[in-house]
Design a binder for this molecule. Sequence first.
Ligand SMILES: [Zn+2]
Ligand SMILES: [Zn+2]
Length: 359
Amino acid sequence: MLLSGDAPLFTLTDAGLYCPAGDFHIDPVRPVPRAVVTHGHSDHARSGHGAVLATPETLAIMAVRYGEGFTGQRQPAALGVRTNIRDVTVTLHPAGHVLGSAQVLVEHRGRRWVVSGDYKRQSDPTAAGFEPVACDVFVTEATFALPVFRHPPAEGEIGKLLDSLRLFPERPHIVGAYALGKAQRLIALIRAAGHDAPILLHGALIRLCDLYGAFGFDLGRLEPVAGRAKKDLAGHIVLCPPSATADRWAQRFPDPVTAFASGWMRVRARARQRGAELPLIVSDHADWDDLCATILETGAEEVWVTHGQEDALCHWCGLAGIRAQPLNLIGYGDEDEADALTPEGAAETAPAATGEAGA
Ligand SMILES: [Zn+2]
Ligand SMILES: [Zn+2]
């Protein structure tokens, strides 16, 4: 089934995408001897591999989430540095998704394959910007691969949040956001918009925000929500994982405005189902236009489409004269849900955790 011009450089195993010539998996969903990990989200970066090659940032994120013993061997690879692994050469290139996120370029006998991991093209002050990498075969994500998904500029969405804060200065504004990447990007955007007041954090976000600080990102004054009196919550922006807005944790807030920051907020029914009074369309994934533009920029003659809306993007590729096939990889979550069960979130969100696969 997996045919490309020459013998394919990747095949599928139970654990996911496997490169026989290099004898490693990329983002395996179960423990393997050798893994290359694109970024730290829990559905891509799992513990228990024999060795993990990833950016230093991703390795640090994995250590925060799973403990220092998350792998037998860490193989830090800086962006742009070539690493020979058996018969192939592996180079990581920025994916613009979250801190440390990388696309994986694999070269073998003159053929170039790029596995994108998750990526976005919108600018993000907390992640190195995506670089298109010329290749023969491009393995792309497809989380938002339907024409209905067009993400507005994130700055405008942050403007909505700050407008609401001005309109309801006495109400706490609870913002559900992915613990890794989305939360820190929102904070950076809120700071860039001139809001200097302390931002309050759910316990699940604290260590990752500290890690961004350790990598040199100044997120301004951040304070834990825990231990604050009710009267001291009014008029604050409070960030938490998406699942926390629906559990007991959220009941401490008097008359809150509930917001979610996600590409899914484009879908009204989804926003309603989430109870989002203030849906913010802020995504760390490429939207439809950016997926299509990126495929063209890579110059790939063949595209493999993974987790998300594979069919629409494969159809578009066909119209553009590019061979394409869906991979139907299992085990990857979507943007809203994938962090619900990470260890650092468990303490405060366990009763309402919704699982990794998500809706
Ligand atoms: Zn991700
Ligand atoms: Zn993903």
